[in-house]
Design a protein around this ligand. Sequence first.
Ligand code: ADP
Ligand code: MG
Length: 385
Amino acid sequence: MGDIAGKRVLVREDLNVPMADGKVTDDTRLRATLATVTELADKGAIVLVLAHFGRPKGPSAEFSLAQIVPAYQAVIGRPVGYVDWEGDKDSVAGLKPGDIAVLENTRFFSGEEKNEPAVVERFAALGDLYVNDAFSAAHRAHASTEGLAHRLPSFAGRAMEAELDALDKALGSPEHPVAAVVGGAKVSTKLDVLKQMVAKVDHLIIGGGMANTFLAARGVDVGKSLCEHDLTGTAEEILDAAEKADCIVHLPYDVVVAKEFAANPPTRTVNVHEVAADEMILDVGPAATEALGDVLKTCRTLVWNGPMGAFEIAPFDTATVALARTAAALTREGSLVSVAGGGDTVAALNHAGVAADFTFVSTAGGAFLEWMEGKELPGVKALES
Ligand code: ADP
Ligand code: MG
């Protein structure tokens, strides 16, 4: 990047942190920005952090990034300024080399998500250089994630670099057999991933709410379970494609069911064909979980997105925790390269106490999924061109 002393650098970060009662409840994403932001400041740049926060419909205090500044300052360990979209040019002109400031929510401009040239210009006018450090937002072609890269000299930040590096190392040319675990609740958003996965992996392990749609496609009565009945046709196509590609699909054959979604309700562990009409499948059963652990033992690479059950509520975290611990142990022994991603997946691995044992854990949700699909991420592509 050359000498950046005195240059104004627009750094796209992911500051979209969870908050409760006006306080940041998890500062993981803030910490992820530390390397890039402090390195630029130490080199004498004027660091302008660009980020979105939530899904505002125009400017509002509720979605103002001013709220996160105190927590951000604590993470960075030095003063952090805040620049409102009113009078921003003057505010930025008042900053000195080495200063760090957070610009207000990029989504206060309706043209941000539409990648409107006027908004790109609005941002570009504040900086001399652009650094994209937000892998988790790179699947979106927005003004601050994509448009700016075409307008200013642009670079990947340290966190972005590390993420792309780790993903490439793990799956650029993975060692086979490869297993993919896909679970969670968002079936419709994950079907494209499954379609791509069957051609690339040797074992496709389907759990969580996802599995119910596939079980229904195979004629299983899933009772009151979370299930997208209108997608059973697509599920069948995926099962057919898997068979043609020699990809073994693993669906649970025993499951844990309950009549209500509450902590420690009465449960039954049953064969998938024994689910009653008023019951919900909330976790993979112990026999299937053990068999899945045995599958992982034969594999060299694992990609994981989506928990195996409703892990937030005991005892429906059992299968997720057991499988995560098996994967962690195999990774520690050096027999498995394990990569996991997705908001709830990371929470589940933390809950199991094994996130640090995985080869790489990505906090990105949508971007991780699109990367799993093998799609080119617009925010990354724009940096390359
Ligand atoms: P990620 O954020 O890692 O991509 P998802 O958002 O797709 O994962 O899915 C996570 C959610 O799926 C969790 O809230 C979990 O409770 C839910 N879930 C998993 N299995 C089931 C199930 N059998 N029934 C209902 N919800 C489930
Ligand atoms: Mg989620």
